[in-house]
Design a protein around this ligand. Structure first.
Ligand code: UT7
Length: 322
């Protein structure tokens, strides 16, 4: 079997909603500024005892049930996350145990906001080479834990959530191509500048939060996403008009609109959730995809382009026939 096809989708959002009005009470900002610069109206925040693997598990169970499979038939688990529960074991291993699966490969992918696209690209190659038949790919984040709630330039942007898909070997066309890129020269523009090997002792201090040079990131994101659209179409000898749906990473409505314009696609064929979820990093694409599949907008046979850009910088796309 040559192709890999999405057979089920799922997502999960924590209950707590943080609105722009709530943020006005925390930092010097206005709802008007946040909406006009980003399109974000509200975001979800994980409960005190709710962790990334809890969000991942709920989304994974939804996807497993939508695919109508038994969890034990999954033979590859990839979790894309920047906010793992533990330094190790990986969140994928924690999730594997929760789902009662034993023995299959399970690992995390760390490509920040492009993590889910990386996960799809990796899983597709496992399936195409015969190394896996039924993969679970999850994007899950509790970014609220690495936000400096005193920094208005970042705290208004991010949220928590999870999305998942089941990708299965198939005789009919599914993933058409995936395109993965990175350039570490931009490492300082979007970063949490401490980690395990360096600055571990500062993990509870100011340095352990997201730091971003927003307008620089914005500029590179718009240019790079424009190029990835061209690269994806050219690799498949396809025209812009062949794309039925754009499911972009949800960081900023202005970035999404710029990419939609580049693709010449009308905004009612672009899935937008950034207004309700903010930027949920690796979770944003599977969350948006699940919403549009469940409400019937994305239908079997539609051609979908997913694209993302994030810290690293990393960027990439997945083109698929749903
Ligand atoms: O997911 C990974 C990729 N991440 C992204 O793609 C994010 C990319 N960047 C962005 O989305 C935008 O750059 C932001 C939304 C972060 C910022 O929008 P901007 O239009 O680039 O604004 P700016 O950073 O140039 O700031 C404009 C002004 C500044 O004031 P001055 O220096 O002009 O007086 C900021 O201090 O807005 C001020 N500002 C705020 N004002 C009210 C920054 N944050 C806020 C805020 N409320 N929350």
């Amino acid at each position: 079997m040559k192709y890999s096809k999405i057979t089920g989708t799922g997502s999960y959002l924590p209950e707590k909603i943080l609105t722009n009005a709530d943020l006005e009470k925390i930092v010097d900002t206005t709802s008007e500024w946040i909406v006009s610069r980003t399109g974000i109206e509200e975001r979800r925040i994980a409960g005190d005892n709710e962790f990334t693997c809890d969000l991942a598990e709920a989304a994974a169970r939804n996807a497993i049930s939508a695919a109508n499979i038994n969890a034990k038939d999954i033979d590859l688990i990839i979790v894309a996350t920047t906010t793992p529960d533990r330094i190790f074991p990986s969140t994928a291993c924690l999730l594997q145990e929760r789902l009662g699966i034993h023995g299959c490969a399970a690992f995390d992918v760390q490509a920040v906001c492009t993590g889910f696209v990386y996960g799809m690209g990796i899983a597709e190659k496992f399936i195409r080479t015969g190394s896996a038949k039924r993969a679970l790919i999850v994007g899950a984040e509790t970014l609220s834990r690495i936000i400096d709630w005193r920094d208005r330039s970042t705290c208004v942007l991010f949220g928590d959530g999870a999305g998942a898909v089941i990708l299965e070997a198939s005789d009919s066309e599914g993933i058409i191509s995936s395109h993965l890129h990175a350039d570490g020269k931009y490492k300082e523009l979007l970063t949490v500048p401490v980690g395990v090997s360096s600055g571990h002792e500062k993990l509870k201090q100011t340095e352990a939060y997201i730091q971003m040079q927003g307008n620089e990131v914005f500029r590179v994101a718009v240019n790079t996403l424009g190029r990835i659209v061209d690269e994806t179409l050219a690799a498949n000898n396809m025209k812009k008009s062949d794309i039925t749906w754009l499911v972009p990473h949800q960081a900023n409505i202005r970035i999404i609109n710029a990419t939609a314009k580049k693709l010449g696609i009308s905004t009612d064929h672009v899935v937008v959730t950034v207004n309700k979820h903010g930027n949920t990093s690796a979770a944003s694409i599977p969350l948006a995809f699940d919403e549009a599949v469940r409400d019937g907008r994305i239908k079997r046979g539609d051609t979908v382009m997913m694209e993302a850009f994030g810290g690293g910088f990393t960027w990439g796309s997945v083109l698929l026939k749903y």
